[in-house]
Design a binder for this molecule. Structure first.
Ligand code: AR6
Length: 172
C-alpha cells in the first residue's frame, strides 16, 4: 500500500489546547499522572483519563507501561478523541538510550494508526523532567516521524518554549 508522507508541523504553545485526533502524553510508567505535559493533560482532560489509566494498570499493564511503549485512552474533556500515553527514557550521560526515545514516537504512531487517527499532536518527550538535551530530542523526534510508515496525515509538534521551538525548526 502506498501512503503519503506524514506532514510535520510545528506550533509553539500548550499541547492541551490542540484540536487533533490524538494528543500524545509524555507519561511515566505508573500511568497515574505527574508534572509537565502529563499534569497538564490530566488537569485539562479531567478524571476520565486517570480512570482509564487505572483500568490499564488493573489489567494488561499491572507492572506499568514500559519505557518506549505507547497505549491509548479516552481524551476526556480535551478537544481530541484519544490520548496516547508514552514513556520516554530518562537522559543518561553514560548510556545511549536513543532507541527508547525512537520507540516512543514509532509506537505512538503505530497506536494512532490502529485507531485510524489522521492528526496527532506530540510533545518533545523526555526533554523536560527527564532532561534529554533539546537539540538531540528534536533530532530524534523529527527523524523518526519523517521516516515512519504511517497513515497519519499530520504530526504536529507542540513546543512549550522558544528554545524548544527553535530546536525543532532547525531540525526540520
Ligand atoms: N504543552 C506542551 N509542552 C509542554 C507542556 C504543555 N502543556 N508542559 C511542558 N511541556 P515533561 P518528560 C514541555 O517534563 O521530560 C512528568 O512528571 C516541556 O517544556 O512534560 O518526558 C511525567 O509524569 C518539555 O520540553 O516530560 C514523567 O514523570 C517537554 O514538554 C516525566 O514528567 C517534555 O517535558 C516525564 O518527563
Amino acid at each position: 500500500m502506498q501512503v503519503d508522507p506524514v506532514a510535520i508541523t510545528l506550533v509553539r504553545g500548550d499541547i492541551t489546547r490542540q484540536a487533533v485526533d490524538v494528543i500524545v502524553n509524555a507519561a511515566n510508567s505508573s500511568l497515574l499522572g505527574g508534572g509537565g505535559v502529563d499534569g497538564a493533560i490530566h488537569r485539562a482532560g479531567g478524571p476520565a483519563i486517570l480512570d482509564a489509566c487505572r483500568v490499564l494498570r488493573a489489567g494488561h499493564y499491572g507492572r506499568g507501561l514500559p519505557t518506549g511503549a505507547a497505549v491509548a485512552t479516552t481524551a476526556g474533556r480535551l478537544t481530541a478523541d484519544w490520548v496516547i500515553h508514552t514513556v520516554g527514557p530518562v537522559w543518561s550521560p553514560t548510556e545511549d538510550r536513543s532507541d527508547l526515545l525512537v520507540s516512543c514516537y514509532r509506537e505512538s504512531l503505530r497506536v494512532a494508526d490502529e485507531l485510524g487517527a489522521r492528526t496527532v499532536a506530540f510533545p518533545a518527550t523526555s526533554t523536560g523532567v527527564y532532561r534529554w538535551p533539546i537539540d538531540d530530542g528534536a533530532r530524534i523526534a523529527i527523524e523518526t516521524v519523517r521516516n515512519a510508515k504511517t497513515a497519519v496525515a499530520e504530526a504536529r509538534f507542540v513546543l512549550f518554549d522558544e528554545r524548544a521551538y527553535a530546536a525543532f525548526a532547525a531540525e526540520l
